[in-house]
Every structure is written in C-alpha cells, then in structure tokens.
Design a binder for this molecule. Structure first.
Ligand SMILES: Nc1ncnc2c1ncn2[C@@H]1O[C@H](COP(=O)(O)OP(=O)(O)OP(=O)(O)O)[C@@H](O)[C@H]1O
Ligand SMILES: Cc1ncsc1CCO
Ligand SMILES: [Mg+2]
Length: 292
C-alpha cells in the first residue's frame, strides 16, 4: 500500500461537485420510478425485509429467488442481480455462483455485498471467488473492503460491523477496483466510490443508520437498482444511489425517535423524496488526490 493509505485526503483536493451530481441523482431516481426494474436479490435472512422494502419504496421491483432449480428460468428475466453473503452456507454459495453466471450470460449487471468478508476463511474464500466473477459493483464497509484487499481473515472481526473508517480503505478500494474492473464503494460517515481512476466521497447519511441492521445491505440493493437503470455508468449510479439513500435517511431522521422509527422513516422518505429536497441535499465531492 502507498504511504498515504491512512491519511485523509488533503482538503484542497476535495472539490464539492454536488451541483453537478444532484441533477444526475434526481434523473436516476426518476428513471428508476418510471422503469421499475426487476431486481433479483440473493440476500441474507436478516436483510430480506429491509432490502425488499427499500427497493419498493425507491420504485424498483424486488424478488428473493435463490434456488438453483429456479435460477436458469428466472435470472435471464431480471434487470439486475444482487448477491449478499450475509448468512452464507455452501448450497447458497452454489446458487449465487449459478445466478451470477446466468446474469453474465444474459448481459445483466450484478452487484456484490461481501458482508463480514474477513470473519472466516470460508466466507473470505467465497467473497474472493465471487469478486473474481466480475461484479459491476462491490459495496462493503471499511473492514470488508480491507479484508478483500488483504485476502486474510481479520483478527479482531466484529462480524457484520466495521472496525475501520471508510477512509481507512481508500487505497484498498482503488486497488481492488483496478484489479477487478468493478466499481468499489466503501460505506461509512463518508461513502467512498471509485472505479480505480475517479474517486468521489458521498457525505449524506446519518450515524444512526449504523444502529439499524442491514442498512448497508439495503443501500447495496439500491445500488443494484440504480445500475439496472444506467448499466453503462456504474460509477455514477453507485454514487447517486448512496446519496439518495443518505438524503432519505436525513429526512427520516427529522421525525425519528430512535433506530426503529428511523427505519420506518427511511422507507417513507425514499417513497416521497421530491426533486427540490434531493437537489438541495445531495453532497458529493470529487476527491482529486487519488485520481492519478
Ligand atoms: N457515521 C455515519 N454517518 C452517516 N452515515 C453513515 C455512517 N456510518 C454509516 N452510514 C451510512 O449507513 C449506511 C450503511 O453503512 P454501513 O457502513 O453501516 O454498512 P454495513 O456495515 O455494511 O451495514 P450492514 O452490514 O448492517 O448492512 C450507508 O448508507 C452509510 O452511508
Ligand atoms: C447481523 C447480520 N449477520 C449476518 S448478515 C447481518 C445483517 C447485516 O449485514
Ligand atoms: Mg454490510
């Protein structure tokens, strides 16, 4: 890793480009609501409800189909595939790989959420194998992206939660994007998105999202939906999806009394999010220090 791996970007190299990004975020959300893409989700048991409701409230059509008996018939019909290893067992891994293969043969984008990637050898190997299959986007927290980068089991793993800041994994994200060809997103107080060349920071969201399980899983599903409607621009789709989700959480936080009501407010806000609110609140910066 380079010397500056653990340093935050120098502030003079952070260019606030929200005015350029905000109209794109609105255009993506509008297209999503109009096209209502079908998103196949092979996701963990904890997240299924929030993932499905997040996709529905944003305007997409979710479906949780994961059996190898159904994948050959069904996966060619979807607009994007979402794979999340949160409650991984061997037969689900086979289904994930089959679905990825079918999606790729059908020219459909797919997105990976490497939940708790560094928590065990089995999970890490599975995530690295899936990464090799070339997801259009990978979104994880700091610990997950760092585990994929290092390729080793974490000593102090906290499972699905991160022990690192997203900014600790900037170099790792950039490297992974370059070797995999995937867009890599690292969630946290500031979400980092890179395609190995361009790099942005998304400054939307509220810290209480960390107190609701599966908000990371939900935002990765939203990324899959945004990539479904703009498959040629996965970098842009990932940044705008993270921002839209973050803005919805900020609006939801206004009425929340704690994590449980924020969870409800988040889903409500995604459904009602209007152009004016989105344009005023998108916070995306271009981080120039790594765009070499
Ligand atoms: N400190 C923070 N301030 C603001 N937003 C945050 C903060 N931490 C995380 N978020 C937001 O919360 C959402 C979930 O990110 P997080 O990094 O917690 O995912 P995760 O660890 O994969 O979650 P899970 O595994 O529970 O689904 C993202 O939209 C992210 O932007
Ligand atoms: C808590 C938890 N455990 C496995 S998956 C999951 C949901 C958040 O990723
Ligand atoms: Mg996660």
């Amino acid at each position: 890793m380079e010397d500056n791996a653990d340093k935050p970007p120098p502030t003079e190299n952070i260019i606030n480009s929200s005015e350029l990004w905000a109209p794109q975020a609105w255009a993506h959300l509008q297209s999503l609501r109009k096209a209502s893409p079908l998103i196949q989700c092979i996701t963990n048991f904890v997240s299924m409800d929030l993932v499905a409701n997040t996709l529905l409230s944003a305007g997409a059509s979710p479906v949780m189909i994961h059996s190898v008996e159904e994948i050959p018939d069904f996966t060619p019909k979807v607009h994007a595939l979402y794979v999340n290893v949160g409650t991984l067992v061997p037969n689900w891994l086979s289904a994930m790989k089959m679905a990825v293969q079918v999606a790729k043969e059908s020219n459909k984008p797919w997105v990976l959420d490497p939940v708790a990637a560094g928590s065990s050898g089995f999970r890490l190997k599975a995530c690295l194998e899936l990464l090799k299959m070339g997801p259009n986007v990978v979104r994880g927290n700091g610990s997950e992206i760092m585990a994929l980068f290092k390729g080793s089991v974490e000593e102090n793993s906290k499972g699905a939660d991160s022990i690192l800041e997203s900014t600790d994994a900037i170099e790792a994200a950039k490297y992974l994007a370059q070797i995999s060809g995937s867009v890599v997103a690292v969630s946290g107080a500031v979400d980092i998105v890179t395609d190995g060349n361009q790099l942005v920071g998304v400054n939307n969201g509220v810290s209480m999202l960390q107190k609701i399980t599966a908000t990371g899983c939900a935002v990765t599903a939203l990324i899959a939906a945004f990539v479904a409607i703009d498959p040629l621009h996965p970098f842009e789709a990932t940044a705008t999806a993270l921002s839209v989700f973050g803005v919805a959480s900020e609006v939801g936080m206004g009425k929340a009394r704690g994590p449980a009501s924020l969870r409800i407010g988040l889903v409500d806000s995604l459904h009602w999010l209007d152009q004016d609110t989105l344009l005023r609140n998108v916070k995306i910066s271009n981080l120039l220090w790594l765009a070499s």
